[in-house]
Design a protein around this ligand. Structure first.
Ligand SMILES: [Zn+2]
Length: 394
């Protein structure tokens, strides 16, 4: 929102708050401020706004407005505005002052505590924010659903995955959030984080339980399927691992390059590489990713020798040129050429190889962030499941 729009909203909010405050304020001499003082404050604030000094204007309006049940929402809006402008200390003072106000309507307590908790999160005071948000849950106020969302954010920042799962479970009890795919995807990843730790501790049974929970949140979660395949592979259940990996290929074809390595290992373990070759041959027309071509080329080479692999690659690259395919073709052909040509081809191979190494392999479909490594949580936009491999079809 641009500054002009912020000022306009601020002005409207303050005028509405002031008028309502005036109408509902107690009319005894001790409690009521002199009307002309309020007008004076109001015009001082307006002057700050016109002179492009919004922070001073907000301060003045907060001082000018009496706190009562009619103006509290305006105070909350002004406090939130201070926070958004980076004045977190001032926002904390505004919200603390509201909470300390005797006789404040109970219905506003939750909303005020929630705003103060958000101030604490902005200030990095996560322990205080967590305490306050937990209080909101105990109070069972209307702010509890928002409190749960903020608690999930805190637990994600602190990598307290189990607590994040528990809060997600509670939030999903609310029908308004039940079908929230982002919330479900995030919760599935919290389970995956726990499962990965359990796998590294070789606690495979417990890890499987967490994966089952992850699928409960998001039945097509790629990461959960890949971890489960890894667990099955560790346990020697290669056919079960293959089933999971083929599921990834079917449900999330853009992740095909991620499953080829473990698929090859599993088929090798069950001594059925022909079946793997058949799978890749069937996959190629639907998912013409160069990783599939390279995996097939490797199989052809091991089965029928270098020349057969060269012919396979040559044939494919004439239909769909690819730099990664060219590097592999050069690697196979260089030993078959004479010394002088081989030296030149080596240079060409190194050059193309270094170009490929600089290319990003993954991209966030939400913010466009690119990387060489796969991140399940985008480091740029902080969204889960948005980073995907860049399919190289040519
Ligand atoms: Zn992103």
């Amino acid at each position: 929102m641009d500054n002009a729009a912020v000022y306009f909203m601020l002005l409207i909010a303050v005028i509405a708050g002031w008028v309502l405050g005036r109408l509902s304020a107690p009319r005894n001499a001790a409690a009521e401020r002199n009307g002309s003082d309020i007008f004076e404050d109001y015009f001082v604030g307006l002057n700050y706004l016109l002179n492009d000094e919004p922070d001073e204007a907000i301060d003045t309006f907060i001082k000018a407005l009496e706190i009562n049940s009619e103006t509290i929402e305006t105070h909350l809006a002004l406090g939130a505005l201070l926070r958004r402008r980076g004045k977190v200390d001032k926002a904390i003072k505004v919200h603390q002052a509201l909470l300390a106000r005797p006789g404040l309507d109970q219905s506003f307590f939750g909303a005020t505590k929630l705003q103060l908790a958000v101030d604490y999160i902005s200030a990095g005071l996560l322990d205080r924010a967590e305490r306050l948000l937990r209080e909101i849950l105990s109070d069972n106020s209307a702010a509890k659903w928002s409190a749960l969302q903020h608690l999930i954010t805190i637990y994600q920042m602190e990598k307290e995955w189990q607590k994040a799962v528990d809060c997600s479970d509670q939030l999903l009890l609310n029908s308004a959030y039940k079908r929230d795919q982002e919330l479900r995807a995030a919760a599935a990843h919290y389970c995956c984080e726990i499962a990965e730790q359990l796998v590294s501790d070789k606690q495979f049974v417990k890890a499987k339980e967490k994966i089952r929970k992850a699928f409960g949140f998001d039945k097509r979660n790629v990461r959960a399927a890949m971890i489960l395949a890894d667990i099955e592979q560790h346990l020697g259940n290669y056919k079960a691992a293959i089933k999971q990996l083929i599921g990834v290929r079917n449900n999330n074809p853009e992740f095909i390059s991620q499953v080829l390595g473990p698929l090859a290992e599993c088929y090798e373990q069950i001594h059925n590489l022909p079946e793997y070759e058949k799978l890749l041959s069937n996959t190629l027309p639907q998912q013409p990713d160069i990783s599939v071509v390279l995996a097939l080329s490797e199989l052809v080479k091991n089965r029928s020798g270098d020349q057969a692999a060269i012919e396979f690659l040559n044939d494919y690259l004439h239909k769909k040129p690819s730099l990664a395919g060219l590097v592999e073709l050069l690697r196979l052909q260089i030993p078959k050429t004479d010394a002088e040509v081989s030296s030149n081809l080596n240079l060409l191979q190194q050059l193309v190889d270094s170009l490929l190494r600089k290319k990003p392999a993954y991209q966030c479909h939400h913010c466009g962030y690119e990387s060489r490594s796969l991140y399940w949580l985008c480091p740029s936009c902080q969204k889960w499941d948005k980073i995907k491999p860049i399919m190289e079809v040519s």
